[in-house]
Design a protein around this ligand. Structure first.
Ligand code: NDP
Length: 264
């Protein structure tokens, strides 16, 4: 299938590792030029250079903390300067939380609200007009299965990801008249370095290996019995970015190995 993405420009938050990096690689393989951002400047620049070399596209890696509105402004200014606009926006940067609602401070709520919701609001507000000028575009918000099916230990994550899904739906209705398609993706368990790091910490000094620990999580939760590789999630993102997904508007796509609504 020709995905008709060659020479488009994509902005990806959190494009230096995990799902965001896999989406960057998947889009670059289709000939898409990239603007990646993350907080760790060295890592995001290295990944951008590697992708550019490997796929023959233009790619920049920019240091930006998306919880900071002024950093978002500066990032988008660089995108404008380097590429003259963008056709695709992937709001991906995010991370899990762990707290009890009764103990969590306002600051903690605000941080995750800014990270998961306001970053997407601010970037969409800045980049959608560029897309409109170019005849249309695609905005994908990487939420989580937890937007619908909460994990008990991370209420702030669940709530802010649910807000991101509703934001997607509302923005989709507002933008489709300008030929900008907005959708959300809700992944389940995806094997990223962060999961591995946590598993290593939790199993240190025990008889369980970190691999066994993660395997049990997958078998206990997802009927498919394993984590997804980031590239399996990225393939769905790449398709949704393509004009071949022209009727995909305002939806939330689960990609979770059958986890949703299954209790064991
Ligand atoms: P990783 O921790 O592997 O990568 C997160 C990326 O986001 C990194 O590039 C990181 O770079 C960047 N990032 C984090 N915070 C910020 C910030 N404040 N500003 C800019 N960049 C930031 O995450 P995953 O790939 O696992 O997750 C990506 C998204 O997918 C997240 O939104 C997550 O909630 C969602 N998701 C993940 C699942 C999973 O099982 N892995 C399941 C469901 C959803 P740096 O640290 O340098 O800033």
């Amino acid at each position: 299938m020709d995905l008709q993405l060659k020479d488009k420009v994509a902005v990806i938050t959190g494009g230096s590792v995990g799902i965001g990096l896999a989406v960057a690689e998947g889009l670059a393989a289709e000939g898409v030029h990239l603007a990646l951002c993350a907080r760790n400047e060295e890592r995001v620049q290295e990944r951008a250079h590697e992708i550019a070399d490997q796929h023959g596209v233009r790619a920049i890696g920019v240091q930006a903390d998306v919880t900071d509105a002024s950093a978002i402004d500066a990032f988008v200014a660089k995108v404008q300067q380097e590429f003259g606009g963008a056709d695709i926006l992937i709001n991906n940067a995010g991370t899990g939380s762990e707290e009890k609602i009764m103990d969590a401070s306002d600051d903690r709520w605000q941080h995750y609200w800014d990270l998961h919701l306001m970053a997407a609001v601010r970037l969409s507000r800045l980049i959608a007009p560029m897309m409109k000028q170019r005849g249309g575009g695609v905005i994908l918000n990487n939420a989580s299965i937890c937007a619908t099916q909460p994990l008990y230990y991370e209420p702030i994550y669940n709530v802010t990801k649910a807000a991101l899904v509703m934001f997607s739906k509302c923005l989709a209705a507002e933008m489709i008249g300008d030929n900008i398609r907005v959708n959300a993706v809700n992944p389940g368990l995806v094997m990223t370095p962060d999961w591995q790091k946590t598993a290593k910490i939790l199993t240190e000094g025990t008889e369980t290996t970190w691999e066994q620990y993660l395997d049990k999580i997958a078998k206990d939760n997802a009927p498919i019995g394993r984590f997804a590789e980031p590239s399996e999630i990225a393939d769905l993102f790449v398709f949704l970015c393509s004009p071949r997904a022209s009727y995909c508007v305002g939806s939330t796509y689960y990609i979770d190995g059958g986890w949703l609504n299954v209790t064991t």
